[in-house]
Ligand binder design. Structure first.
Ligand SMILES: Cc1cc2nc3c(=O)[nH]c(=O)nc-3n(C[C@H](O)[C@H](O)[C@H](O)COP(=O)(O)O)c2cc1C
Length: 367
C-alpha cells in the first residue's frame, strides 16, 4: 500500500516569559527574526479591583503590539475577575485570551492559581464553567473572543493528567497548550512525554506542545512521538483509539485523533520559551533557515539594549534585564563562559558594553 503523504505546516508560538518577553522584547524579536506565528504575553493578574496595573496596561496596549500576533494571558481562579479581564482585552481588539493554569511559582500556586489550581479539580471545573458560560452569554455589543488554556499536567504529579483532560474536554478551549511537568517540578527534570501523549491523544480540543524545545530536532522528536501513538487499523488507514469525549466517557475517535480532512491528525503547533531566548533564530532554523550569525546577534542585542534603555527606569534595571537575557543567550557560544562572567560582573554601562563587545568579537557560535 502506498504510504499516505501528509504535509503539516507547523505553527510556532513564543511562550510568555514574565519579566523578559514584554512588548519591547517581542517587537525587537519580531523585527529581527520574523516567522514566529504568535507571541503569548506574560500574564496579567486581575483582582477584585478590576483594574490593570500600569505595567500591564502598557504591555497589552494595541499600539505596543502592532505588526505581530500577540495573545494576552490572564492569571486568576475566579471566573468573574477573569471574565472582566477577557472582555477588557477583547475590547482592545484581541481575538484570543489565554488562561494561565501553568505558573509553578510557590507564591502563585499557594493561592490556588496557575498550576496550584490543578489539584483542586472541582474548583478548576467551576472556574472554567464560569468563564465559558460568561463567554457564551456575552451580549452582542461585546466582541467575540476565543479562550485558550496553558496548563501543566498536575500540581503534585503528572498522574493528575487524566483527571485534567476529562475536565478540559468539557469546554470549547480554542487551544490547549501543554507543558508536561507538574507544579512541584518547577523546571527540574524532563517533561513527561508519556503524560503529554495521553493528553494529545485524548483531547477533543487542539493541543500545542510546550517544554524544553531547544533545537529543530526536538520538534521533530515530539512530532514523531505523536505520530507513533496514532495506531492505524489495517488498511483503513484510520486511528483506532477511543478517546475521552465531552461527557467523560470513552468514544470512537473523532477530531481528537482524526483531522478535519479525515486523515490522522499530526502535531502541528509547538510553543517555545527558553530555547528561543537562548537562540532567537530557532524558529527560522525549525523552518529550514540558517542559524544565527554574530552580526545578527549583535544587531538584535544593540536594538534591545537601546529600547530597554528608553523604556526601563535606570541603568541598574536595564543591566539586570540584559544580564538575564545573557543567562540564556550565553548558551549560543562554544567558549563563552569566561566572557559571560565579565558580563555578569559588569557594574556599569561602560563595563557591560566592553564585555559584550569582547563576547561578540572573540567567541565563536556553536555550530
Ligand atoms: C522566567 C520565566 C517566566 C515565565 N513566565 C510565564 C508567564 O508569564 N506565563 C506562563 O504561562 N508561563 C510562563 N513561564 C513558563 C513558560 O512560558 C514555558 O511554559 C516554560 O518555560 C516551558 O517552556 P520552555 O522549556 O520552552 O521554556 C515562564 C517561564 C520562565 C522561565
Amino acid at each position: 500500500m502506498q504510504k499516505e503523504k501528509r504535509i503539516t505546516k507547523m505553527r510556532y508560538y513564543f511562550a510568555p516569559l514574565e519579566g523578559i518577553t514584554g512588548y519591547v522584547y517581542r517587537n525587537v524579536h519580531h523585527r529581527h527574526f520574523p516567522g514566529t506565528d504568535r507571541y503569548y504575553m506574560p500574564f496579567v493578574a486581575p483582582n477584585y479591583t478590576k483594574h490593570f496595573k500600569t505595567r500591564e496596561k502598557q504591555d497589552v496596549a494595541p499600539e505596543n503590539n502592532t505588526g505581530l500576533t500577540a495573545v494576552p494571558q490572564v492569571l486568576s481562579n475566579k471566573a468573574d475577575e477573569a471574565l472582566w479581564a477577557i472582555f477588557e482585552l477583547a475590547a482592545l481588539g484581541y481575538e484570543e485570551v489565554n488562561l494561565n493554569l501553568g505558573c509553578p511559582m510557590p507564591t502563585v500556586a499557594r493561592k490556588k492559581k496557575g498550576s496550584g489550581l490543578l489539584k483542586y479539580t472541582d474548583e478548576l471545573d467551576a472556574y472554567l464553567d464560569g468563564v465559558f458560560r460568561g463567554i457564551e452569554a456575552r451580549t452582542s455589543d461585546m466582541p467575540p473572543v476565543r479562550v485558550s488554556v496553558k496548563t501543566r499536567l498536575g500540581t503534585d504529579s503528572t498522574d493528575e493528567a487524566d483527571a485534567l483532560i476529562r475536565i478540559y474536554n468539557r469546554y470549547p478551549i480554542s487551544e490547549l497548550i501543554v507543558h508536561p511537568r507538574c507544579q512541584k517540578d518547577l523546571y527540574r527534570g524532563t517533561p513527561d512525554q508519556e503524560a503529554f501523549l495521553h493528553v494529545w491523544q485524548n483531547s477533543v480540543n487542539p493541543v500545542v506542545y510546550n517544554g524544553d524545545i531547544r533545537t529543530p530536532e526536538d520538534v521533530k522528536k515530539i512530532c514523531k512521538a505523536c505520530e507513533e501513538t496514532v495506531v492505524h487499523s489495517g488498511d483503513a488507514g484510520q486511528p483506532n483509539r477511543a478517546v475521552i469525549g465531552r461527557d467523560g466517557t470513552a468514544k470512537a475517535p473523532d477530531r481528537a485523533v482524526i483531522g478535519h480532512s479525515g486523515t490522522a491528525k499530526m502535531l502541528d503547533r509547538v510553543m517555545i520559551g527558553r530555547g528561543l531566548l537562548a537562540d532567537p533564530s530557532l524558529v527560522r532554523q525549525c523552518q529550514g533557515g540558517s542559524p544565527i550569525t554574530n552580526e545578527e546577534l549583535a544587531a538584535f542585542h544593540e536594538e534591545l539594549y537601546q529600547r530597554f534603555d528608553e523604556t526601563l527606569p535606570g541603568t541598574k534595571v536595564v543591566l539586570s534585564h540584559m544580564k538575564e537575557l545573557w543567562f540564556y543567550m550565553g548558551n549560543l557560544f562554544a567558549d563563552g563562559e569566561k566572557y559571560l562572567k565579565e558580563i555578569r560582573r559588569a557594574g556599569n554601562r561602560t563595563q557591560y558594553e566592553a564585555a559584550v563587545r569582547v563576547m561578540l568579537s572573540v567567541c565563536s557560535l556553536k555550530r
